[in-house]
Design a binder for this molecule. Structure first.
Ligand code: UD1
Ligand code: PEP
Length: 415
């Protein structure tokens, strides 16, 4: 089993390029199923989840060719096969096969999705949307069976602002007859990215990025060329690394607006965050203030950065309260941080962090993707050597993590 080894305590300096967004890529790849010709996706991150999804499309009969950060998907020969193999269960985003296959074939059989274990990850709002469009949805033998003799545009009000449900309904609605209106839609940048792709394919989409999205579907969609937006969570992780190591790091190829919730919190703590058109520079300091955070749908503080940010808060002056309003159990990294010397108490969906206990290297285990990133942040800030197991979780979402960190002066390696 591979391990990440980190010799911590070194300030990180320099520039680091950000890859394409994981959480866009994992929706854009299944979205290509809706097109009857070739789609080219650019700025694709080379991460495990993307590789798994490429395999799923190949098994469905698509021709998939990768050239650097470009993926060419020819879905003309796609077949409507039941998809319930272990790879489907590995990914949370495999649920997008439901909206995409339903849109393309009028039916789909898809195994229940996987992804990080963050507590319950229900999909009732996805199902509500598919049913509103005229689909019948039945659960049988571990899979959802979706069928629709005709998909027809409808008004769908989401009970919770869900990124997954918003995107999944947009996918199916893009090939439905007439207009679909999604109310109380989520507003994440990745939703705008998917809407841009679907519009380039021929659907008419208005309002993505607001809480009301209108989709006029089209009987047939055509392939196009699309470049993925930068990964705001990867960018945020490196910004936190800069602060936690008392370094000075410029994160390049970002959309600064997407990082505003994090930049604002870092400034509140006393860090300098300098913004230019496509980069953000974070300058660390020896002492900084504790702050409270509450995760919320965009433009609130992202749940995906809560875990790495918690590692930074362990070194702040004072006590911080972190509340995760999106996922109740997104605190599995806390037990591991505790082994490294952190003073954190978890109660329900909150963690109380008493800052200022020095971190020291330890043997710790990543049990989910961003929990793993939190341990990397802590390991870089800690005195001594940290050994992280469960690296496969981290590889799901970070491209060239060690290479990028080494280029900033970190001592990190795989063994
Ligand atoms: C709003 C939000 O921050 N979404 C995050 C969520 O997206 P992901 O798409 O996984 O989750 P959703 O946005 O769908 O879920 C948001 C909330 O709604 C609830 N829910 C969702 C769907 C549903 O049918 N029923 C239901 O009750 C979820 O339990 C959760 O509490 O995790 C991703 C991976 O960590 C992040 O990149 C997204 O930014
Ligand atoms: C939890 C994450 O991924 P997933 O939803 O794909 O499990 C994430 O990107 O932080």
């Amino acid at each position: 089993m591979e391990k990440l080894m980190i010799k911590g305590g070194r300030p990180l300096y320099g520039h680091v390029p950000v890859s394409g967004a994981k959480n866009s890529a994992l929706a854009l790849i299944p979205a290509t199923i809706l097109a009857e010709s070739v789609t080219v996706i650019e700025n694709l991150p080379d991460i495990q989840d993307v590789q798994v999804f490429e395999g799923i499309l190949r098994r469905l009969g698509a021709e998939v060719a990768r050239d650097g950060d470009r993926l060419c998907i020819d879905g003309r020969q796609l077949r409507n096969l039941p998809m319930a193999d272990p790879s489907v269960k590995k990914l949370r985003a495999s649920y997008y096969l439901m909206g995409a296959m339903l849109g393309r074939f009028g039916e789909a059989v898809v195994g229940l999705p996987g992804g990080c274990n963050l507590g319950p990850r229900p999909i009732d709002q996805h199902i509500k949307g598919f049913e509103a469009l005229g689909a019948q949805v039945v659960y049988k033998d571990g899979s959802l069976h979706l069928t629709a003799s005709r998909l027809k545009g409808a008004r769908v009000y989401l009970d919770v602002m869900s990124v997954g449900a918003t995107i999944n309904i947009m996918l199916a609605a893009s090939r439905a007859e007439g207009v679909t209106v999604i109310e109380n839609a989520a507003k994440e940048p990745e939703i705008i990215d998917v809407a841009t792709l679907l519009s380039s394919m021929g659907a008419r989409i208005q309002g993505a990025g607001t809480d009301v999205i209108r989709i006029r579907g089209k009987h047939s969609l055509q392939g196009c060329r699309h470049s993925i937006i930068p990964d705001r969570i990867e960018a945020g992780t490196y910004m936190i690394v800069a602060a936690a190591t008392v370094g000075d790091v410029t994160v390049e190829n970002v959309i600064p607006l997407h990082l505003e919730p994090l930049s604002a919190k870092l400034r509140e703590m006393g860090f300098s965050v300098k913004e230019s058109d496509e980069s953000l520079r974070v300058i660390g300091r020896e002492t900084y203030r504790a702050v409270d955070i509450k995760t919320l749908p965009y433009p609130g503080f992202p749940t995906d950065l809560q875990q790495p940010f918690t590692s930074l808060l362990t070194q702040a002056e004072g006590t911080s309260l972190v509340t995760d309003n999106i996922y109740v159990s997104r605190f599995k990294h806390v037990d591991e941080l505790y082994r490294m010397g952190a003073d954190i108490r978890v109660e329900g969906r909150s963690a109380l962090i008493r800052g200022g206990s020095p971190l020291h290297g330890a043997t710790v285990r990543a049990t989910d993707l961003r929990g793993g990133a939190a341990l990397v942040v802590a390991g870089l800030a800690a005195a001594g050597v940290t050994e992280i197991t469960g690296v496969d979780h981290i590889d799901r979402g970070y491209e060239n993590l060690e290479k990028k960190l080494c280029s900033l002066g970190a001592e990190i390696w795989r063994s």
